[in-house]
Design a binder for this molecule. Structure first.
Ligand SMILES: [Ca+2]
Length: 272
């Protein structure tokens, strides 16, 4: 081996050694990264798992309040039921009693019997007058002196409309010297003859389709069917307006719509 060959061999060996060192460094540089990557993923899933858990926990309570609409029907029932009187109500319906009314009052009925003056006072004169008047749910009626009352719905579960039980009238039981107006529509499926039978405490005036049917300026206790009025109803809605006055004692009325046999007239529904 001459000098030239020796230098070439040494150069090759040096290059080989340098390559070996570089390769070793690359392996070391690569292996720590792999170790780091293996260590990193471990905590990552833990964070991902925690967040969705918290999100679901918030979402679950949200759908729970959704069934809250349930109170609506409950409120409706509470507002239209005075008590558990189903048997009495069923009996009343079979006998043709009208149990759903629009009622406005109280209006004053001053004086001493038999001269209480409210009976002859037209408190609806500024609204067309008693004979021409057509009520509506929520309609306000102003009374001389500045106060006002409204026609509002009322339903009894029995047969009697006891005015002391009608909350929106805000009167005491057996409150004296007042009167109220009550209205409903008898919706008939055909022209037909019926009987409108009334009991009252005290007296009343009755209009059907704006015609005065009867006036009973009396002071009495109520009994069923104290008067029977033969009436011809038109097909469709027939407005019934009754003014019931009160001097002292109990204060109520009952009204039913029947055939000549005294049983519920068929084909008639009530609106209020
Ligand atoms: Ca009375």
């Amino acid at each position: 081996m001459n000098k030239s060959q020796f230098r070439t061999m040494m150069l090759v060996l040096c290059l080989a050694a340098l390559c070996a060192v570089i390769a070793g460094c690359q392996e070391e540089a690569a292996s720590p990264k792999a170790k780091d990557v293996k260590a990193a993923p471990a905590p990552a899933p833990a964070k991902v798992a925690e967040k969705p858990a918290a999100t679901k926990a918030v979402e679950k309570p949200a759908p729970a309040p959704a069934p809250v609409p349930a109170p609506k029907p409950a409120a409706t029932v509470a507002g239209s039921t005075l008590g558990p009187f189903k048997l009495a109500k069923n009996w009343a319906e079979e006998q043709g009693f009208v149990v759903n009314w629009l009622i406005a009052g109280p209006f004053p009925n001053p004086g001493e019997r038999p001269d209480n003056t409210g009976f002859g006072t037209d408190y609806l004169k500024n609204y067309g007058g008693e004979a021409a008047f057509t009520p509506a749910n929520g309609m306000e009626i102003k009374i001389d002196g500045g106060s006002a009352v409204k026609f509002l719905p009322y339903a009894t579960t029995g047969t009697d409309i006891i005015f002391g039980d009608v909350a929106h009238l805000k009167i005491e039981s057996n409150q004296e010297k007042i009167l109220v107006y009550c209205a409903c529509w008898l919706d008939s499926d055909a022209d037909k003859d019926v009987e409108v039978r009334v009991g009252s405490d005290d007296g009343y005036k009755l209009w059907i389709n704006h015609q005065l049917i009867s006036e009973q300026h009396v002071y009495r206790a109520m009994e069923m069917d104290q008067e029977t009025h033969k009436v011809k109803l038109n097909k469709g809605k027939n407005l019934l307006l009754i003014k019931v006055d009160q001097d002292t004692g109990e204060y109520q009325f009952m009204l039913r719509v029947v055939g000549a046999d005294g049983k519920e007239a068929p084909g008639i529904t009530v609106w209020n």
